[in-house]
Design a protein around this ligand. Structure first.
Ligand code: SAH
Ligand code: SF4
Ligand code: F3S
Length: 445
């Protein structure tokens, strides 16, 4: 029996994930494939027979982190030569074999469309002297259909509804590392959701880079998908990410009012408040179109919570452009905002624009924006004090002995209660709204 065969019969897998929820879900799916091949998860890299680093290349910083993270495992490999090191995800897709120049000890480079091949590649890793590189794009990404059986007492699950992106926003590397937009068949998604519901899942989050354009060029569309999931017995809450303002149609907006399981929260990145910058980004909407959609949404669903992504320091961004972004924030009053400094990415259109906003200016703008948002987040959380919220209990809170869960509008609530409430939706009276969460008490009439 070779060393590799022994691994297949109960080796240990360590997996480290960077990036977005897509990557988190890909990691869940890779774990499932490896478990089916006889591996079990370990939280200690030192104990592992296989180490996977699932990478993100959306900005230069997370990409650099990948190199230091993988570099950390060189010592382990020196001590244990049969250790298999896999670099997966978006950096693997972007760099392919070229990343081996810096990381010669890596065994497998696995692109975003090739997850399915993981177990067979691992089984072969020891046979060949050369590292194995798989980064070909596939017309149909088989791994999209891997169903991850939820662990006991899990309340929520991710469901991929589409892969890739066709938008090519000028700053963004995602279309290059995830390929063209590809929707999964509607029926397949419904079956997966039903299967999760049967396993006890109460809440699904539908994943895609641009979920509102689901079904483009095939049967079904996003609204029909939401309607059908709304009918799946056992599912209580539906969330989805990410939406794109240009495809966020009146029909999708109506779903927040008409489908009772669609939760009152949307993540709708605006990226900039300046129409000139939005045009340079190639986003396909104006600031006015964005705010108009939010207005309609709020009129149909007043309880809606809003979060978004924004970039500061895009090429040529002036102080006036930045003030437009602050003014948009002031107008909308987001509940949460994820803000990033512009980072030039190879292959993208903006790579050829001058990265001409000084680093210090980017820092200042980011700090000003974050300060403003923190105050708004706190104010919105404080406004919940005294209210009674339906909380889906997810488990124990990190600190203390409290339970933790979420409101329908995606706020974290901690409160004291018994373990048997996990998985149930219970009324909680909010006592204190703080920066990152709400503190409450179980409401008994
Ligand atoms: N598909 C999603 C988000 C993908 S990437 C969408 O369209 O909204 C997540 C976020 O990273 C983006 O919303 C954007 O705010 C940020 N981002 C992407 N490329 C970036 C870059 N080159 N520099 C800085 N931030 C970037
Ligand atoms: Fe990137 Fe734009 Fe596609 Fe989002 S919609 S993944 S920002 S190209
Ligand atoms: Fe990063 Fe890839 Fe997601 S680049 S943001 S992990 S799609």
């Amino acid at each position: 029996m070779t060393m590799r065969e022994q691994n297949n019969q109960g080796g240990k897998l360590f997996i480290r994930t960077f990036g977005c929820q897509m990557n988190v879900h890909d990691s869940e799916q890779m774990t499932k494939l490896m478990e089916d091949a006889g591996y079990s998860l370990t939280g200690q890299a030192e104990d592992a027979d296989v180490i996977i680093v699932n990478t993100c290349s959306v900005r230069a910083k997370p990409e650099q982190k990948v190199f230091s993270e993988v570099g950390r495992f060189r010592l382990l490999k020196e001590k244990k030569p049969q250790l298999v090191i896999v670099v997966a995800g978006c950096v693997a897709q972007e760099k392919g074999a070229t990343m081996l120049a810096k990381l010669q000890f890596v065994d497998i480079v696995l692109g975003t469309h090739n997850i399915q091949e993981l177990p067979s590649l691992v089984a072969r890793a020891g046979e060949k002297a050369k590292p194995l590189v798989r980064t070909e794009f596939q017309e149909r990404v088989e791994s999209l259909g891997i169903i991850v059986a939820p662990a006991p007492k899990t309340t929520s699950a991710f469901v991929t509804i589409m892969q890739g992106c066709d938008n090519f926003c000028s700053y963004c590397i995602v279309p290059y590392v995830r390929g063209r937009e590809q929707s999964r068949p509607l029926q397949e998604i419904i079956e997966e959701v039903a299967c999760l519901a049967q396993a006890g899942i109460k809440e699904v989050t539908l994943l895609g880079q641009n979920v509102n354009s689901y079904g483009k060029g095939s049967n079904g569309n996003f609204v029909r998908l939401l309607q059908e999931i709304n009918n799946v017995q056992g599912i209580e809450r539906i969330r989805f990410t990410t939406s794109h303002p240009k495809d966020f149609s009146p029909e999708v907006i109506r779903c927040f009012a008409e489908l009772e399981k669609v939760c009152e929260h949307i993540h709708l990145p605006f990226q900039s408040g300046s129409n000139r910058i939005l045009a340079m980004m190639g986003r396909g909407y104006t600031r006015e179109e964005y705010t108009e959609k939010i207005k309609t949404l709020r009129s149909l669903c007043p309880e809606i919570a809003l979060s978004a992504d924004v970039i500061v320091g895009f090429p040529t961004e002036t102080e006036a452009d930045f003030q437009d972004t602050l003014a948009l924030m002031e107008e909308i009053k987001f509940d949460n905002l994820f803000s990033f400094k512009y980072s030039p990415r190879p292959s993208t259109r903006a790579w050829n624009f001058p990265d001409d906003v000084a680093a210090l200016t980017k820092n200042d703008r980011l700090a000003a924006l974050q300060k403003k948002q923190m105050a708004q987040t706190l104010a919105n959380n404080k406004a919940r004090e005294g209210k009674i919220e339906a909380v889906l209990v997810e488990g124990f809170a990190k600190k203390k002995n409290d339970l933790t869960g979420r409101t329908r509008d995606n706020r974290v609530v901690n409160f004291s209660g018994e373990e048997d409430l996990i998985g149930q939706t219970v009324p909680v009276r909010i006592r204190v709204g703080s920066q990152n969460s709400l503190q409450g008490e179980l409401w008994r009439r």
